[in-house]
Design a protein around this ligand. Structure first.
Ligand code: ISE
Length: 338
């Protein structure tokens, strides 16, 4: 394990990119943000000054090929993820890519193909629920066998109030994709069938989604369910529950204190994922930088991103057709050991 500093370039300095830059600069002593990219030049300059980055560009590909950049973090809008990740692989640079890996399974597969043909794992994907202490506790208990064999997964995902209607595709590939990954990771098994249903924002806009429910079937005979509210109107919550043969285990919906006052009980609800998963983002960044120091890849892989997109695509199609769909998962290439 080396303790050398890893010089990171970050593409995208908005909400998520800004948080990653903050964490890499202030929470991960072995990381140094040396370059940033944003099409918004004013923001790019402000962020570069604040984190001490020497280089600032408007073009992600310029950052990827810059010799001062050893590793890349991608936090752009989803539609740019796959191509930028492939450029990092082509340059032989380790890359942390925010989820989703691509906006379709076909796009995600191209990343997997590029990584496999290079013969080594370079990609870590931002399915950060794997670093959330509440999720990790549930996973440990289920994996310990204390509740017997796991037979059920339940994921509840409540998004903050939203002023814009979201498309069905967007809700599934941007939000539900997290729960799809959690469903695979928690159960330690593959999903073989999905049945998705949804309520559009209004009946005249059937390509929008306000609320999505997905039923899952696993290869091992277990079943699962994902509920996603795209516009809660009140705050942000993410929880998982696992059912075992002899008991259940679940994350605690809210971490805040329970206040009783004037004949009422209340609890503060987080505003968004940056608040709810603040610790997870720090632990995720530490794990990524640690893995670059040790040379041992860790965390969710491009394969996980690809499989999640196969299932996400199937959910979109299932919801549109109103029918359950069988999902075919291909053999996992040898470079993806976990
Ligand atoms: C957002 O992009 C995230 O990644 C959050 O973790 C997720 O909960 C939210 O639904 C997404 O829109």
């Amino acid at each position: 394990m080396s303790d050398r500093t890893i010089k990171v370039g970050v593409i995208g300095t908005g909400g998520m990119g800004g948080r990653h830059i903050h964490n890499l600069t202030n929470e991960v002593s072995a990381a140094q943000v040396v370059a940033v990219v944003d099409v918004d030049e004013a923001r790019q300059q402000t962020v570069a000054r604040a984190c001490g980055a020497t280089y600032a560009f408007t073009d992600g590909y310029e950052l990827i090929s810059h010799p001062a950049v050893e590793a890349v973090l991608i936090a752009t809008p989803d539609r740019f993820h796959a191509q930028l990740t492939q450029a990092c692989i082509a340059a032989g640079k380790p890359v942390f890519c925010e989820k989703p890996l691509a906006t379709s399974a076909a796009g995600a597969y191209q990343v997997v193909e590029a990584e496999v043909s290079g013969g080594r794992r370079l990609v870590q994907l931002g399915f950060m629920r794997e670093y959330d202490p509440a999720h990790v506790k549930v996973k440990r208990i289920i994996d310990s066998g204390a509740l017997g064999q796991a037979i059920g997964f339940r994921g509840v995902h409540i998004n903050p109030p939203s002023s814009e209607p979201h498309s069905l595709e967007d809700v599934i590939t941007n939000s539900v994709v997290h729960d799809i990954h959690s469903a695979r990771w928690m159960m330690g098994d593959e999903i073989t069938k999905v049945y998705a249903s949804y309520v559009p924002v209004n009946p005249n806009q059937p390509d929008t989604a306000r609320y999505v429910l997905v039923q899952l079937h696993y290869r091992n005979g277990s079943i699962g369910q994902i509920e996603c509210n795209a516009d809660s109107g009140y705050g942000y919550e993410v929880d998982v529950q696992m059912t075992g043969e002899t008991g259940t285990v679940q994350t605690n919906a809210l971490q805040s204190a329970l206040v009783s006052r004037a004949n009422a009980r209340s609890q503060w609800v987080e505003e968004d994922w940056l608040q709810r998963f603040d610790t997870a983002y720090i632990l995720e960044a530490k794990a990524w930088i640690g893995s670059l120091q040790s040379g041992t890849p860790t965390g969710p892989s491009a394969w996980d991103g690809y499989v999640a997109m196969i299932i996400a695509d199937a959910c979109v199609e299932s919801a549109q057709r109103g029918q359950p769909l069988t999902v075919k998962i291909f053999e996992r290439p040898a470079i993806y050991t976990r």
